[in-house]
Design a protein around this ligand. Sequence first.
Ligand SMILES: Nc1ncnc2c1ncn2[C@@H]1O[C@H](COP(=O)(O)OP(=O)(O)O)[C@@H](O)[C@H]1O
Ligand SMILES: [Mg+2]
Length: 248
Amino acid sequence: MGIAATIRTPAEGLFFQGKKNVEPILKTENLWKLYRAGKVDVPALRGVNFEVQPGESVAVMGPSGCGKSSLLYVIGGLAQASRGKVLVDGNDLTSLSDAARTKLRRHKIGFVFQRFNLLPTLTAKGNIAIAQFIHGDGFDPHRFEVVTQMLGLAGRLHHKPSELSGGEQQRVAIARAIINEPKILLADEPTGNLDSKNSEVVLQMLRQLNKDLGQTIVMITHNPEATTYFDRVVHMRDGIIVDGVPAD
Ligand SMILES: Nc1ncnc2c1ncn2[C@@H]1O[C@H](COP(=O)(O)OP(=O)(O)O)[C@@H](O)[C@H]1O
Ligand SMILES: [Mg+2]
């Protein structure tokens, strides 16, 4: 074999360039979620095909009841798929036991909800640091510093949740969710309980986490402003993704 074997034609070069980053960090294939209500199955997801590339920020929009939360819970491993596949960083969640799925979730996914769910007796710092201890790696002062600075929490760390504004509490919850460097941050209407000013700050900071730290984010929102902060908006209707159709 001569050198020719290692030289690519220009077309091949383009092909390889195009392939860069093509491996999605998250992928669903024909994903279904049914809930049992009495004797009938209520379909919340009806064949969702969804892909997120590493480093992308994606907003999911759609009317209430269209399946947004169900999608987030299934891709985050909080709920089990009824049919189809969910690939997180190459691992098929649907083929895992509950215990294995929980383990994968702990290491790869961060969650933020509309309600902040902070521990009321701990300070902001305690609420964030405890996530590092639960994760098992112990306190990492550098990561703590980077994350809390970026979320504008430096001066608020010794306050308890009841002494913080809603926007500050949500920023603590975001810090807690990403402190262990999850591959994906999933947020379910994180600005749903905030006034417009605090919502804007939180969206701005999520954008910064995405741009400066490369944090992949999938966020459900009703906030039309989200389109200006996120790379891509995906619209859902009746349990499927209907891209191109305006939401809400
Ligand atoms: N635990 C549940 N049991 C039964 N039905 C549910 C449950 N959770 C959601 N649903 C139903 O699934 C559909 C989608 O709900 P959801 O995913 O919460 O939508 P969204 O977040 O877009 O408002 C709705 O019809 C809802 O009533
Ligand atoms: Mg919801």
